[in-house]
Design a protein around this ligand. Structure first.
Ligand code: ADP
Ligand code: ZN
Length: 721
């Protein structure tokens, strides 16, 4: 009898043994269906010697039922899954799950049925049908997807199918993507780009693990440069994975990709339709998806012939996943490249300190692009000291900034104001009794959104309409907005420059690819004079007429106890400054601050990036922070406060003594209540050489908690709330 070890898709059970039935062709990596009690579950056959499972006698083993018609996960991907589970202290089945798509995709190609409007316009319609008719123009998808899109029940849509308003369409899941052509439109690279491209093309050509830090100033043409490496991979018939931090970025990226290679790349992200997801996944495993562009989850897909990985804007914090498997896609991308034996390019104008350190140590090859493409100069940066140049009462923009914006408006140029705060005001209170609007589920104020007339929590999505009167003292018209958000800044611009056409750019306004497309088109046509935006506008965009960037509040990011606050502020401001003067006209940046003496701010003003990095490096070294030491967090939560506190204390009370570990807490998390759960945190600071993961496992694995308690481990945390 042959015993099989499976990773099963159940985080509690994780790894189970089964019996191999006669005649079933199985090998490590095969995707199978296995019985579990009365149910059937998915599993992946694993290398038995690499995982331990509960002892079960031969006689009790149940046979695997079926092997699914997909190629087995290859060894490099299996090693990556093991590494990720081990490093991030995550259940291996949760990591393995990220490699697979829907069970439909695993069942093979074939067809699926989607629906679209027939174009019939009946004389009389129920309000729901009318709403669906409106919402579904130009859309196609499953009944479930369309129901969600239109905000009506599936029953309503089924009725519309019966009435001939919607018709079924058969979709082939394995229809091929158009081929990307390596030589479709080859650009003329400048000398710096050409030299950088030669190095990475050569690495793709010779294969083997080779990590690069493509360190180029904003506007230096990093994208065109790594496109050459992609072209080389295409010539070699190898697949390429490009990780991008945010979906909003992709619109501009997709266009540039299509210009260069003649067709858009294959997309992978969480909001793909089921049929698109199935098609993309199947093309990935078959090797016909040549270039996959995705958010972090694209990292674990089972590429058939991976030849290159690119992580663009590699410093971005959003590569760190903060729920489920808490991994950093930038770091795991490098590990994947190592297991696959392929080059990996981390591209950034403001690399993470950790990446800089690795380049310094010679682990990464640094490739520099110190100049902007096409002779554009980096913008002139100056400081507006708000203590001496105060904005008028009740306003947020200093006179000098307003004057500069006026000058841009008169010259027909564009300005961009950056404030990383959605909505109108971050806090609303009652002038009469002092009542503050707070989220009932989170330790957070409700943020007023004037566009939608609502008060919203940015953590859990709780929303209420802005009331007419104070809910506490019932005084009418007594609510005051405290502090600015982008909507309020846009109002101020409207009052100061009544002729200016103002666009607010946040995740609220650019919430679809269409909206992003419209914004980019308008900005490029010159139909927008002033852009007011959050971090969504700090990168990716290239508007030649944009010559002024104003940072409304540079001190905002420095508040709070985040270990990387300085670095993050530096990156954000340097990136947004990088939007100015990308064309022929020179750019100017004004930074409003109350702390011009802060290391970050003065480095930004003097353009001395090295000074900033070396100051930051010393501070981290002193604190034993990454990359010189290591951090991990334990987050304990429950809907019941006493239960959460007791669990956190139990963990704190059993901490093993270890000379290389410093354990802080437990203490209530800064975000003590989040989505209805009470939270406590412990923070570990370890020496670099310490076996952090083993220490954590030996500490936590023997402990048991009530079912309502969740204990999450965050290795290399980015969030300290
Ligand atoms: P970065 O990503 O380094 O900030 P981009 O890749 O966005 O810079 O390049 C800046 C601008 O210069 C873009 O509009 C890009 O299309 C253009 N560009 C860069 N390299 C070339 C080239 N070799 N030929 C033509 N245009 C280029
Ligand atoms: Zn909330």
């Amino acid at each position: 009898m042959e015993r099989l070890r499976l990773i099963v898709f159940n985080a509690v059970l994780g790894v189970l043994d089964y019996r191999k039935p006669e005649g079933l062709a199985l090998e490590p990596g095969s995707v199978v269906v296995a019985p579990l009690g009365p149910r059937q579950i998915l599993g992946i056959v694993w290398d038995a010697e690499r995982l331990s499972a509960k002892e079960v006698p031969d006689a009790k083993l149940r046979p695997v039922l079926e092997v699914l018609p997909v190629p087995p996960l290859a060894a490099p991907l299996r090693r990556l899954i093991e590494w990720t589970a081990d490093y991030y202290c995550a259940p291996i089945s949760s990591v393995a799950r990220m490699a697979l798509a829907s069970s439909a995709a695993l069942r093979g190609g074939g067809t699926t049925t989607e629906y679209r409007l027939t174009g019939e316009e009946p004389a009389r319609l129920t309000p729901q049908r009318a709403a669906a008719l409106d919402a579904l123009q130009g859309e196609q998808g499953s009944i479930r997807e369309l129901a969600e899109l239109a905000g009506v029940s599936e029953g309503v849509l089924r009725g519309m199918v019966g009435a001939g308003l919607l018709e079924p369409v058969t979709v082939d899941c394995d229809r091929p993507y158009r081929a990307a052509l390596p030589d479709f439109a080859v650009p003329d690279l400048n000398e710096g780009q050409a030299q950088a491209a030669r190095t990475i093309v050569q690495a793709v050509d010779s294969g083997g693990f080779a990590p690069f830090l493509l360190d180029g100033v904003t506007g230096s043409g990093k994208t065109e440069t790594y496109f050459e490496a992609i072209a080389e991979a295409l010539r070699q018939e190898r697949q390429v994975l490009v990780l991008l931090p945010e979906i909003a970025l992709t619109e501009n990226f997709l266009r540039r990709f299509e210009v260069r290679f003649g067709t858009p790349p294959v997309l992978w992200h969480s909001s793909l339709k089921a049929s698109e997801r199935r098609r993309a996944w199947r093309a990935v495993v078959q090797g016909t998806a040549q270039v996959v562009v995705g958010a972090r989850s694209a990292l674990f897909l089972p590429y058939a012939r991976l030849g290159l990985i690119v992580v663009d804007e590699a410093h971005e914090v959003s590569f760190k996943q903060d729920d489920g498997v808490r991994y950093n896609a930038r770091d795991v991308a490098v590990i994947r490249a190592r297991f696959e034996g392929v080059p990996v390019i981390l591209a950034s104008a403001t690399p993470a300190l950790e990446s800089m350190q690795l380049a310094e140590a010679g682990v990464y090859t640094r490739i520099e692009l110190p100049d902007r493409f096409g002779g554009a100069r980096l913008p002139e940066v100056s400081i507006v000291d708000l203590r001496h140049e105060a904005p008028a009462r009740g306003r947020w923009l200093a006179p000098r900034l307003v004057e500069e914006m006026k000058a841009r408006l008169e010259r027909g140029e564009q300005s961009l104001l950056f404030l990383n705060r959605r909505g109108y005001a971050p806090l609303t209170l009652c002038r009469h009794c002092g009542y503050r609007f707070q989220c009932p589920n989170c330790t957070a104020w409700l943020v007023e959104h004037r566009f939608s007339g609502r008060l919203a929590c940015h953590h859990c999505g709780h929303e209420v309409p802005v009331p007419e009167a104070c809910p506490e003292c019932s005084t009418p018209d007594c609510l005051v907005a405290c502090g600015p958000g982008v909507e309020r800044i846009a109002d101020e611009v409207g009052e100061l420059l009544p002729d200016a056409r103002v666009a607010v750019v946040t995740s609220d306004t650019l919430n679809s690819r269409e909206a992003v497309g419209r914004f980019v088109a308008q900005a490029e046509e010159g139909a927008i004079d002033v852009i007011v935006g959050t971090q969504l506008v700090t990168k990716g965009y290239h508007f030649p007429e944009l010559t002024l960037v104003g940072v409304v509040d540079a001190d905002l990011g420095l508040e709070g106890g985040d270990l990387r606050a300085g670095e993050r502020t530096y990156q954000q401001i340097a990136q947004v400054a990088g939007r100015a003067g990308r064309g022929e006209k020179p750019g100017e940046v004004l930074i409003q601050t109350r702390h011009p003496e802060a290391a970050v701010i003065s480095a930004l003003a003097s353009g001395d990036r090295d000074a900033f990095y070396s100051a930051e490096t010393e501070a981290r070294r002193d604190a034993g922070a990454p990359p010189f030491g290591r951090w991990a967090a334990i987050i304990v939560s429950s809907e019941d406060q006493a239960e959460a506190q007791a669990a956190a204390r139990a963990i704190g009370g059993t901490r093993p003594d270890h000379p290389d570990m410093l354990v802080l807490g437990p203490a209530p998390a800064p975000m003590a209540l989040l989505r209805g759960r009470y939270r406590y945190r412990l923070l570990l600071n370890a020496r670099r050489s310490a076996e952090l993961q083993r220490y954590l496992r030996e500490w936590l694995e023997p402990l048991t908690f009530p079912p309502g308690v969740r204990v999450a481990i965050d290795v290399d945390p980015y969030s300290f709330v």
